[in-house]
Unconditional design. Structure first.
Length: 477
């Protein structure tokens, strides 16, 4: 969902005020001048934070906890008006950033604050990223998590909430909700099942046992326990499960289904089970005794090899083969997603339905092919929905779509260049255009909206003639 400049400013102020007001009690107890800051951050430290975590000047830094050895501002956690950043050094060299509108909930549990995302994933952050270990009260950690939840809810209140059930600090979907969220078309579900069964046959014969490692054929009582423990739906076929616990209990392990990959890394009954669907996975690689899952949004997650094989009882080829099969399934689902997206047609206009007026290219004086029209339509939707900016996942999707439609790199570039706006805009003119889009999406512009646009026009130094030219460039796709 696009947000206009005015709304962005208002949201930024609301997030800042909410955090500062709700964190006053914790700030009075825990803030210091070396490694824990609540808003009162010295300029030199603030500059180091922005450089190390790649934080833009548009964001206000609300909280910083430095966990580096010599308070170098290179490792730790930063909370800003746009989201949460962290850099743990031993996990990744680059900081990770999660925007507020992706966070569904935050829960304090087992000396970690767990961020639960709206797409069904979760990520635990060690409590040391918020407090010095052994020097905090549990109720303070609960309060911190509650404030993060409040901010997340503030940022999502204009969005339809995802199906989420938080129970006793755990995070799982009900059976009915899962059947809606993870429903896979029967044809694709069957393709995934057949691909996995066929490609994993050699590993099944080598590694399957009747105790804690199962490929495809699981006992009924085990399947029943898995469906209850991991809250998987009846629409999913179980393909693989391994429980590395000493006493196999189906409370811990990795579960692979026709919908995606689940993992549960805790021995506790009210633990946090995580699921990522196939269409979110970009690739899987085995290295350093871990299966690394690389997601289409740029994130990654490493799962210990013990969740796939008994340690010391597998070889490198087997681990690489397992990763390759998971990647193959992910690619299959992405191809299916490309076909699905290319067939989507938006019936009702929205903010994404407006763009700068352009003309379709002609090839040798004739109309484009059906494949070129499909590619250009998808490209235009990405262009309109993100203000001209493309995420890595969108660019990869377009590249896969280009190849599947048989369009050359040169021809794709020609098609994309044809959508270059006929009207060249400066930065302030682009800001005015975005605000105008927000007003026009509802239909006729109200008197109050027109007054707002007039004030904005004067503030930005845009003449009446230029403003009219900018407004007239908007058409409905």
């Amino acid at each position: 969902m696009n947000v206009g400049p005015k709304r962005k400013r208002e949201m930024k102020e609301q997030i800042r005020d909410l955090f500062n007001n709700r964190m006053k009690s914790l700030s009075a107890i825990y803030e210091n001048t070396t490694d824990t800051f609540y808003s009162h951050i010295p300029d030199d430290v603030l500059k180091s934070i922005r450089d190390a975590f790649k934080i833009s000047a548009e964001e206000d830094v609300l909280f910083y906890r430095d966990t580096s050895s010599f308070n170098t501002a290179l490792n730790g956690l930063v909370i800003t008006t746009s989201g949460v950043y962290w850099n743990l050094n031993y996990i990744t060299k680059d900081p990770i950033h999660v925007e507020w509108n992706r966070i569904q909930h935050a829960v304090y549990k087992d000396l970690s604050i767990h961020l639960l995302f709206s797409d069904g994933l979760s990520h635990p952050l060690d409590i040391k990223l918020f407090f010095k270990k052994g020097k905090f009260e549990p109720e303070h950690a609960l309060h911190f998590a509650a404030v993060l939840t409040e901010i997340a809810e503030l940022c999502q209140q204009t969005k339809a909430p995802d199906a989420v059930n938080v129970n006793g600090g755990g995070y799982q979907r009900s059976q009915q909700e899962n059947s809606e969220v993870f429903a896979v078309p029967n044809s694709l579900r069957e393709q995934i099942r057949l691909l996995f069964v066929d490609k994993m046959d050699s590993l099944k014969r080598t590694h399957e046992d009747s105790f804690n490692t199962f490929y495809c054929e699981l006992p009924d009582d085990t399947i029943k326990s898995l469906k209850e423990g991991f809250a998987i739906s009846s629409e999913e076929d179980v393909l693989f499960f391994r429980d590395p616990a000493f006493l196999a209990s189906t409370l811990e392990g990795v579960l692979i289904t026709t919908s995606g990959v689940y993992w549960n890394l805790s021995y506790l009954e009210n633990n946090l089970a995580t699921c990522t669907t196939w269409d979110r996975i970009q690739a899987v690689e085995y290295r350093d005794s871990n299966m690394h899952f690389f997601f289409r949004d740029g994130f990654s997650y490493a799962l210990d090899i013990k969740y796939f094989f008994k340690k010391k009882k597998f070889n490198l080829d087997h681990a690489n083969h397992f990763a390759a099969v998971l990647t193959e399934i992910a690619n299959l689902c992405q191809q299916s997603e490309i076909q699905r997206v290319s067939n989507v047609r938006v019936d009702e206009p929205s903010i994404d339905s407006y763009t700068v007026a352009t003309s379709f290219p002609q090839q040798g004086g004739s109309s484009m092919t059906t494949a070129e029209q499909e590619y250009l339509t998808e490209y235009k939707e990405c262009l309109a929905s993100n203000g001209g900016e493309f995420s890595d996942s969108e660019r990869r999707l377009l590249e896969r779509m280009r190849k599947s439609l048989g369009i050359s790199v040169k021809r794709a570039a020609e098609l994309e260049d044809s959508l270059t706006p006929a009207l060249q805009l400066t930065e302030v003119e682009s800001e005015y255009l975005e605000e105008y889009k927000q007003c026009v999406v509802g239909g006729n512009i109200t008197d109050s909206e027109r007054r707002l646009l007039d004030r904005m026009k004067k503030t930005l130094g845009i003449s009446d003639e230029r403003a009219a030219e900018i407004e007239s460039s908007i058409i409905t796709i």
